[in-house]
Design a protein around this ligand. Structure first.
Ligand code: TRP
Length: 326
């Protein structure tokens, strides 16, 4: 069986952007691939080193989010990054093959630095794509389901792996990215991608009334100042949500908006109801795990144990080839 590795930073709960970007695909692929889900708590430190308590509690939240969307605990392996030393070691070896220039030109790093308001970047933050390469390759993953913002990182990973194999004669697998065909989900403000740090997100565990309220406040076609004038779905963020989450009703909504027979308030109500019907089974699954935290803990520990076995074995081979030995 080929292997998937993908993961999330535990810096809070996961939202719809994560769902369409990566989580949905994980659930769809879990039967065909040996699936490892990395809870990237070390990577979370690159931006949240001042708040390690938040990271620690989010390890549970993120794992429960993954379980709530239908990942099967019998099939997938949950891995806590900080507890897998082979990832850290591999990061150091890879770091010799990456220039600072390469890292500082990475467009995702630049966007994130801007969003976080960094005037200067720490070595750890700038270098997280290197550590992410170790995340993916410590277990020789073939496929990485990710949102499209992660593509520059996977491109770098492939470069590092090629160079490493050329230099040391290792046979580390060059991973492929798998981007969801939905594309990027804008936040409710319609301005930028949905993000925890941007305050424009719908969380997978938001209660129904919160979802409805958030959708009610979402930005629509700003030119449509009255129900009586026709709207333009092409520039309306709420309609983008309909296209993604409400595929069946979307064509109808589109024409009703264009001929002014559907106002924004009613349109948003349709969307909120649809989102709630998608989220409802997730909330149900989640509540089981919220009442059984010990089960979640056990799952992470068990998975991490397996990851360590795989990682230690691979790292021993790699170090041997590198002559990092006595
Ligand atoms: N950088 C990813 C994100 O922000 C999280 C992540 C960490 C990841 N390690 C990974 C994704 C390895 C895929 C593979 O969403």
């Amino acid at each position: 069986m080929k292997r998937i590795l993908t993961g999330d930073r535990p810096t809070g709960k996961l939202h719809l952007g994560h769902y369409v970007g990566s989580l949905k695909q994980r659930a769809e692929l879990q039967d065909q691939f040996d699936t490892l889900i990395l809870i990237a708590d070390v990577q979370a430190l690159t931006t949240h080193f001042l708040n390690p308590q938040l990271i620690n509690s989010s390890i549970y939240e993120v794992t429960m989010d993954n379980l709530s969307i239908g990942l099967d605990p019998e099939k997938v392996t949950f891995v806590q990054q900080s507890q897998v030393p082979s990832i850290a070691e591999l990061t150091i070896f890879y770091s010799m093959l990456v220039t600072c220039n390469q890292l500082s030109h990475n467009p995702t790093i630049k966007t994130e630095a801007k969003n976080y308001g960094y005037t200067e970047m720490t070595y750890g933050f700038l270098g997280y794509p290197v550590s992410q390469t170790a995340d993916i390759t410590f277990c020789n993953a073939n496929l990485v389901p990710v949102g499209e913002d992660q593509l520059p990182h996977i491109e770098l990973s492939r470069k590092i792996v090629r160079k490493f194999n050329d230099l040391y004669g290792t046979e580390i697998i060059e991973p492929d990215a798998k981007v969801s065909n939905v594309g990027r989900l804008c936040g409710l403000d319609g301005n930028s991608k949905m993000g925890k740090s941007l305050g424009n997100a719908i969380y997978l565990c938001d209660p129904p009334e919160v979802v409805t309220q958030k959708v009610r406040n979402a930005v629509t076609d700003t030119n449509r100042i009255s129900v009586k004038i026709p709207g333009n779905p092409d520039v309306c963020n709420v309609f983008t949500y309909h296209k993604i989450f409400n595929t069946e009703e979307a064509p109808n909504i589109c024409s009703m908006c264009k001929n002014a027979s559907l106002g924004c308030v009613a349109c948003k109500k349709l969307l909120a109801d649809k989102l709630n019907s998608i989220l409802s089974p997730m909330r149900e699954k989640r509540s089981y795990y919220e009442n059984h935290k010990d089960v979640v803990k056990e799952l992470i520990q068990e998975g991490t144990r397996r990851a360590n076995q795989i990682g230690n074995e691979n790292l021993a081979l790699i170090k041997d080839k590198m002559h990092v030995s006595l």
